[in-house]
Ligand binder design. Structure first.
Ligand SMILES: Cc1ncc(COP(=O)(O)O)c(C=O)c1O
Length: 422
């Protein structure tokens, strides 16, 4: 049985080892005292420098430089510069990542791009239970391009879905947003390529939590949220990735615009796509949001993805063990894979007596009141997502102890918690 002292000792020993990430937590602002924040898959912690970066963009940029800000500061370069800073943690080349728009918009853009690149093939394969926005993007893409959608229940059906040789692109989430089950990025990309199709991956629940190697895996395209583990702030711009083998293609982006033109300020009446990811920057960048994101990007440049991965493993393996030891007798089960390589950022729990719609939301809300911030997904999943750059092992011990106390007291059944939160 692990006790609280063991967890503290673990923190001390990782603090002492030269390869620890201990120094990084000091680069983030702490949350309210007493609150245990296990919701990095919704909104990651705030970099300490974020207010200063945003303040500078507002004061020196907006108030003082105003329009001259476009010439005198890095506003126009930010989408590519931020992408370059994130590329290390994504296992991508520095010029192959762009920060812009939302994950949903980037899904739309890259699905269309993939259909254009791999024409005349016209089938899009997508999982039935993938994050709904990704499905809607696939549905819209096939409707707009007179293409066809082929549903699969899970990645196990992929071989069969590809067999006819008509698939242009397969859109998969690396990590399931409910269970945190992680797919095999390398193996599935290879399978998709073996059938002449392209692979578009959503890494929202992996990037910034575990090591991913997009270029080595040969992934054609990828997208992901900037506000989750990447800590870009609420509503932060998302990122998109394109493998260098597609950089020189002549295929237009779905949303051609002046910022994605090969020569933006030529004001050429004819469109010519910029190289690689740059063509997918359709319009004016979100300067203030990018300023907040730049504080996180500065941190990501310094993070070794393998050390991040090791810290994530240490934290989430411990979390699973603590839940097993302290809550199994209360009907709590771990719904995420137990093997770290098969798990994404969060750990999902299920509850014997939490079954009805809204129950998981009520339990999550009661936990928030008990000082443990988590998220839920209907009907019965609770997601616990420690951020590997800031969370401490002892916090996980405290969180699981509070969960046990809450379940024992039954307080989460109070009617005020029935109004489930997001
Ligand atoms: C896996 C996944 N994909 C896509 C999205 C949508 O992202 P956005 O709302 O930024 O478009 C989310 C949002 O949580 C998500 O979890």
């Amino acid at each position: 049985m692990i006790d609280r002292n063991d967890c503290e000792a673990l923190d001390h020993s990782t603090d002492r080892t030269g390869d620890s990430l201990a120094g990084f937590s000091a680069r983030f602002a702490s949350g309210p005292p007493g609150t245990l924040y296990l919701d990095a898959n919704s909104v990651g912690p705030m970099p300490l420098a974020a207010p200063e970066h945003v303040g500078r963009a507002l004061d020196q940029g907006w108030r003082v430089a105003r329009r001259r800000g476009w010439n005198e500061t890095d506003w126009l370069d930010q989408p590519a510069a931020l992408g370059a800073s994130l590329s290390r943690v994504l296992g991508a080349g520095a010029g192959d990542v762009l920060v812009a728009d939302s994950t949903t918009i980037n899904q739309h853009k890259l699905l269309h791009h993939a259909l254009g690149l791999n024409s005349p093939r016209n089938v899009v394969v997508v999982e039935r239970d993938v994050f709904p926005s990704n499905r809607y993007a696939a549905q819209a893409a096939v409707a707009l391009r007179s293409a066809r959608l082929r549903d699969i229940a899970n990645a196990g059906e992929l071989g069969q879905a590809l067999a006819a040789g008509d698939v242009a692109v397969v859109a998969l989430s690396l990590v399931d947003y409910r269970s945190s089950a992680r797919l095999d990025l390398v193996g599935l990309t290879r399978l998709i390529h073996a059938h002449g199709a392209l692979a578009l991956w959503d890494l929202s629940h992996a990037a910034g939590a575990v090591a991913v190697a997009l270029e080595r895996a040969g992934a054609d395209f990828a997208v992901g949220c900037g506000y989750k583990y990447l800590c870009g702030g609420p509503g932060a711009p998302a990122w998109l990735y394109i493998h260098p083998r597609h950089a020189k293609s002549a295929v237009w982006p779905a949303l051609a615009g002046w910022m994605g033109h090969a020569d933006t300020f030529a004001f050429d009446p004819g469109y010519r796509p910029a190289e690689g990811v740059l063509r997918h920057q359709s319009g004016t960048p979100a300067v203030i949001a990018n300023a907040a994101m730049s504080a996180a990007a500065d941190i990501w440049r310094d993070v070794d993805p393998h050390i991040l991965d090791a810290r994530h493993r240490s934290l989430t393996d411990l979390l699973i063990r603590l839940v097993d030891e302290q809550c199994a007798d209360l009907g709590v089960t771990v719904a995420s894979p137990r093997e770290h390589a098969k798990r994404g950022g969060h750990v999902t729990l299920r509850f014997g007596e939490v079954r009805g719609d809204g129950d998981a939301g009520a339990l999550a809300q009661a936990l928030v009141d008990a000082g443990v911030v988590v998220s839920s997904r209907k009907p019965d999943a609770l997601r616990l997502a420690p951020h590997p750059l800031t969370a401490r092992h002892v916090e996980l011990w405290d969180a699981v102890a509070r969960l046990r106390a809450l379940l024992l007291s039954g307080q989460w059944r109070d009617p005020r918690y029935r109004r489930a939160s997001v």
